[in-house]
Design a protein around this ligand. Structure first.
Ligand SMILES: [Fe+2]
Length: 182
């Protein structure tokens, strides 16, 4: 499966604008992490794009990820490590543990993109966002309370230092600011 095939399938299954924007954000952050760590950019971008592709087909959070992998296995030659990362991003519900750098990166990207987006919304823009300000929001657990701080901090298990992760994530989200309207 290449990124074009993934995008086509994504467009079939994801119609809600809010989820589309979220997935594009995670795709962009995953691409940036892969570039930083010298990993497969396209593969990591695909995982970012597709990780919530079953949100509409499977509204029950307890099963999300499982349905996505089912669809991916039926319709594509999706590699096993992408499937595992997608399952493990819902570790708390599915019980599939994060094990690889790739797994840790996807769960961290999923949550940092949400935090950056929420922070961007109150600023009205992503322009000029600094790591220092984002770190404050990371510590303020009352802000965007649904964002899993623990999964963001676990980025270091992928070999990437937290500060650098925040820096490249902000930049990755700024690169698609027009698309996400910030
Ligand atoms: Fe997500």
């Amino acid at each position: 499966m290449n990124i074009d095939e993934a995008r086509k399938l994504f467009n079939e299954y994801v119609t809600l604008e809010k989820i589309r924007l979220h997935c594009k954000g995670v795709e962009s952050v995953m691409r940036a992490i892969a570039l930083e760590l010298g990993e497969d950019e396209e593969k990591w971008a695909i995982a970012g794009l597709m990780h919530d592709m079953d949100c509409e087909a499977e509204p029950d959070i307890k099963n999300q990820g499982r349905k996505a992998v089912e669809i991916l296995k039926e319709k594509t030659d999706c590699p096993e490590d992408i499937c595992h990362a997608i399952l493990a991003h819902n570790e708390s519900n599915l019980g599939v543990k994060r094990e690889s750098k790739f797994d840790y990166a996807l769960s961290a990207a999923d949550n940092i993109s949400g935090l950056i987006y929420a922070y961007g919304l109150i600023k009205g823009t992503l322009e000029g966002m600094q790591v220092k300000g984002l770190k404050k929001k990371l510590r303020d657990k009352g802000f965007a309370a649904s964002v899993r701080r623990d999964l963001i901090l676990d980025i270091e298990k992928s070999g990437l230092e937290l500060g650098r992760f925040l820096e490249i994530s902000i930049k990755a989200m700024q690169e698609i600011s027009d698309e996400i309207g910030l």
